[in-house]
Design a protein around this ligand. Structure first.
Ligand code: FMN
Length: 662
């Protein structure tokens, strides 16, 4: 049943903020909107609800899944349909009496005359990167005396500029003439938003990709743009209130709770703008020369089920992000995992145990990912190969089981080395974590303020060994990627857990062992990192935990199986919304003591490790200490902004070789 439409009733709730006469005025106005993407679609719907009676709308695009986060009209049933057609339907559904002229080929120099014919106001909805046509439309508006509004969604806010007849023009403000495209985009961005309120919370700058015309966006910003632009439209069309025109601009940022009214006489020629442009150019240059990495690169789309499984499994954790595995795919249902370890050069990989735990984590992740593709795994380690080359044959067969609930968090599981909240675990969370390790393991919890303080003292002592042992220095030096938020093969310095000042100091010191010694001896160099990396996080968490095997850990397979328990526990923690940090070095130093292995030429380090082992035994018991598989802390907190990434599949998958039968 179609309800009858009455303009007066449909827009009656506007009355009060506008008079009946003004509403009638809006009904006969024509607004042109070019571009119906992020902001354009919302402009059309908002202005339609305001009661504007006539529109010229232009867009040449169709809806696709990547539009879903922000674009009005983007939904499953509209995939592949022209935006102009869908938005016209949606607007007509609000006001069937609309006089709507559509331009399905978009706006171009050829149809500008038609597009602006009889138009009272132009509202810009063009893609941020469409600079050339935007300049043409604004120039055409200026030539015809049509007021024009542009509102840019920036972060979680909106920046708006009005270009009014007789006032500063778009071209005079932005000064784009004769500039290269990148420079035009920078000028457009900085001109739109001189206050740059959004920059403080751009958590992943690598997602701003000017070269490939891609940038992050939010639905809130688009809606704010529509609200701000429609308000200006109302004022311009009804001649109400003060309407700021360029070089005045308005930037409201809902995230920062801030409003900035900007004034840049001369537009981008203004000294502040020039300075801003200088800084932005340098940043962009650096970004291009460093070859930015996205947290989860979108480029490689895995095709086969096997590739999809490996693409997920590669996100398993490994000590210092070494990723001690390579893959070989002899057939569609057969995978070989070629493991290795780093015992030769990594002090934290005693007998390759840390690498074996990581391999266990990888196998567990493989199984979880395979289940989502309707496959089950049959895994066998090749027993004829040395322990330094743990190699596994994984055969896949069909299963009817549902996808594993932990699959959803494989990619988001992450190491968080910052302080968490002290909110304790609920009994539900604790039971879920205890159940996750499975038969053969138990979880020892270390919690409560007195125990947390003991843990902090223990980790403080442990950190001294880490930071003053020369054999550990070489490892730390090679695993940190400096000046990075993300790192494919190492740990980015920003994920280490130090504040920027301590990080600078550490970067300086880590250049040579001599510097480290100088800092340690004369400037109390270990104090700051120990407080930031060990004591503070140790005190700020829900609990520390130790996963303990019921039987003594003897052979490599025990560690691989232990690694599977570790990964189930870690993924479960992520699933529960908990943050997680491994704290493995006390266990590693203790195993050096148990195995009577001299791990350093520095005798003080050995004595410290002995003391540390006794302290740990006093905390969790000797048996738990000897049979401990994994140790760490969990708690509630914000997700880290910096993290380790993984090598792409193209580097992890080896060409298939003829291998000996096992
Ligand atoms: C066996 C093992 C031991 C680890 N030991 C520590 C540790 O002692 N301290 C720490 O901060 N991270 C530790 N990690 C975390 C790794 O550094 C981290 O998993 C790796 O850099 C990948 O980063 P992601 O977990 O954020 O994906 C360990 C991970 C594994 C698998």
């Amino acid at each position: 049943m179609t309800a009858s439409f009455d303009y007066g009733i449909a827009f009656s709730r506007n009355i009060g903020w506008v008079t009946e006469a003004e509403q009638a005025g809006l009904r006969v106005r024509r607004i042109a909107i070019a571009g119906l993407g992020g902001v354009g679609g919302s402009h059309l719907l908002t202005l339609t609800r305001l009661g504007i009676g006539q529109f010229n709308i232009a867009d040449l695009d169709v809806f696709e899944p990547a539009n879903f986060n922000r674009q009005a009209g983007a939904s499953l049933r509209h995939i592949g349909r022209p935006k102009v057609e869908v938005l016209a339907e949606m607007a007509l559904d609000i006001n069937p009496e609309l006089d709507l002229r559509t331009f399905p080929h978009g706006v171009s120099a050829d149809n500008l005359d038609n597009f602006l014919e009889g138009v009272d106001l132009y509202v810009d909805g063009l893609d941020f990167f469409a600079v050339t046509i935007r300049r043409q439309v604004f120039a055409a508006c200026a030539a015809r005396g049509i007021p024009a509004i542009t509102a840019a969604p920036l972060g979680m806010g909106a920046a708006l500029l009005n270009f009014l007849p007789g006032k500063m023009s778009f071209e005079a403000y932005f000064r784009l003439e004769g500039e290269a495209e990148d420079e035009q985009l920078l000028r457009f961005l900085l001109g739109l938003s001189p206050a740059m309120l959004q920059m403080g919370y751009l958590v992943d700058p690598t997602r701003v990709d000017l070269a490939n015309h891609r940038g992050p966006s939010t639905p809130m910003a688009c809606e704010l743009c529509a609200g701000m632009a429609a308000t200006q439209a109302l004022k311009i069309l009804l001649g109400r209130g003060k309407t700021p025109a360029a070089p005045w601009g308005i930037h409201f940022d809902a995230y920062r709770n801030k409003l900035a009214l900007t004034w840049r006489p001369g537009g981008n020629r203004h000294p502040l703008q020039r300075l801003g442009l200088y800084v932005a150019r340098r940043r962009l240059g650096r970004q291009i020369s460093q070859g930015t990495q996205c947290a989860i690169p979108a480029s490689e789309t895995p095709l086969t089920p096997m590739e999809q499984i490996l693409d997920l499994a590669r996100w398993a954790p490994s000590g210092d992000n070494t990723q001690p595995w390579r893959f070989e795919i002899p057939s569609e249902r057969h995978l070989v995992v070629h493991g290795f370890d780093t015992r030769e050069h990594v002090i934290y990989d005693l007998q390759g145990r840390a690498s074996q735990l990581a391999l266990g984590g990888l196998l567990e992740t493989l199984e979880i990912a395979a289940q989502g593709r309707g496959w089950r795994c049959d895994i066998h380690r090749r027993k004829d190969l040395p322990e330094t080359r743990p190699t596994f044959d994984v055969k896949f067969s069909d299963t009817l089981t549902e996808p594993h609930p932990l699959e959803a968090v494989i990619r988001t599981r992450v190491t968080n080395r910052r302080a968490f909240s002290q909110r304790p675990l609920s009994s539900r969370e604790r039971s879920a974590l205890e159940a996750s390790v499975g038969a053969g393991y138990r979880v020892v919890w270390l919690e409560g303020s007195a125990t947390l303080r003991r843990m902090a003292r223990l980790l403080f002592a442990n950190a001294e060994i880490r930071l003053t042992t020369p054999e550990a220095y070489t490892v730390h030096k090679s695993i940190i990627e400096w000046n990075s938020q993300f790192s494919q093969e190492r740990i980015p310095d920003q994920a280490v857990g130090l504040d920027p000042v301590a990080l600078r100091l550490m970067r300086w010191a880590m250049q040579s062992w001599k510097r480290v010694c100088f800092l340690n001896r004369y400037l109390g160099g270990t104090l700051l990192p120990r407080l930031q990396l060990d004591v503070w996080p140790a005190l700020n968490c829900a609990a520390h935990f130790v996963i303990v095997a019921e039987q003594p850990l003897q052979a490599m397979d025990d560690y691989v199986t232990g690694g599977r328990a570790m990964q189930r526990f870690w993924l479960t923690a992520t699933h529960l919304g908990l943050q997680f940090q491994p704290e493995m070095t006390p266990l590693i130093f203790a195993s050096y003591i148990y195995n009577d292995v001299v791990f350093s030429q520095r005798s003080r380090s050995l004595a410290q490790a002995r003391r540390l082992t006794s302290q740990l035994e006093a905390l969790i018991g000797r048996e738990a200490c000897q049979q401990a598989v994994y140790m760490g802390r969990v708690g509630f907190g914000s997700v880290p902004m910096a993290r380790s990434l993984r090598l792409p599949l193209s580097r992890l998958v080896l060409p298939t070789v003829q291998h000996e039968p096992s």
